[in-house]
Write a protein that binds this ligand. Structure first.
Ligand SMILES: Cc1cc2nc3c(=O)[nH]c(=O)nc-3n(C[C@H](O)[C@H](O)[C@H](O)COP(=O)(O)O)c2cc1C
Length: 232
């Protein structure tokens, strides 16, 4: 079983230790990890060359490509990150923006439709849900069919060493039970959400095709949907 982990911080702190417990219990045969912001692409410049021409023309393609490739090849996609000002850290969002080209509105990657993603977050004490939603929304619009999440409140401090052994044990027990659910993750059935978002994308491209003036060339997105045989 292949697992890719996108770490939202390269600090070896709370997120890191929780993620290590998760991986230890998961027992994946192959784990590829990326640490943001070190491995993150720079902010999207808004050039739109990915949408209008080819994602390989993105000025940050060299940073995005290995992460995207690892996600396409993985059985399980894991995002592990701290909550920053109640949302996902900027470096995670900067990465997600670069995946926009693979949303259903553009050129979705069918290899993602049977995948599972896990979102593992922690904060000092704030609710984690809004920060998790940023990644969950992206995963779903990319077509990932199963997205599960778990969040923790450190409560006792921002440094891992400040957290009591008792609290660490409590979190570890919960996290290991959660991780066991993903052992040997296999392809899942396409979710209703994936089917609905696919349908919306298909209708969009069909209407683009219908309105295409005679002699005008097709957009890269439309051509992609036609090449896949999804729009005729
Ligand atoms: C810039 C920044 C913003 C943060 N915002 C919040 C927040 O809004 N609510 C909260 O409970 N914790 C917040 N934290 C704490 C983190 O969620 C996290 O618990 C802490 O950074 C420890 O995680 P780490 O060891 O993985 O870096 C913030 C931390 C940073 C660095």
């Amino acid at each position: 079983m292949k697992c890719v982990v996108i770490n939202g911080t390269d600090i070896r702190g709370c997120t890191y230790h929780l993620k290590e417990m998760f991986l230890d219990e998961l027992g994946a045969s192959e784990v590829t990890e990326f640490y943001l912001p070190k491995d993150a692409p720079a902010y999207c410049t808004g050039c739109k060359r990915c949408f209008l021409e080819d994602e390989r023309l993105c000025p940050h393609y060299e940073k995005v490509r290995p992460i995207w490739q690892a996600m396409v090849e993985a059985d399980l996609i894991v995002f592990a990150y701290p909550v920053y000002v109640l949302r996902t850290p900027g470096q995670v969002k900067a990465l997600l923006d670069h995946f926009g080209v693979h949303w259903f509105a553009h050129r979705p990657e069918p290899a993602l439709f049977d995948k599972t993603a896990v979102i593992l977050t922690q904060s000092v004490g704030a609710p984690n849900r809004a920060a998790q939603n940023d990644v969950k929304t992206s995963m779903e619009w990319l077509g990932v069919s199963k997205v599960k999440r778990i969040g923790f409140g450190m409560m006792e401090g921002v440094l891992w060493d400040e957290i009591s052994a008792e609290r660490k044990k409590k979190m570890e027990t919960k996290l290991r039970a959660f991780a066991r659910r993903f052992r040997g993750t296999a392809p899942v059935k396409k979710s209703l959400k994936t089917k609905i978002y696919f349908f919306i994308g298909k209708k969009l491209q069909e209407s683009v095709l219908k309105k295409l003036p005679a002699g005008q060339s097709r957009s890269v997105d439309l051509q992609y949907w036609m090449d896949k045989g999804w729009v005729k």
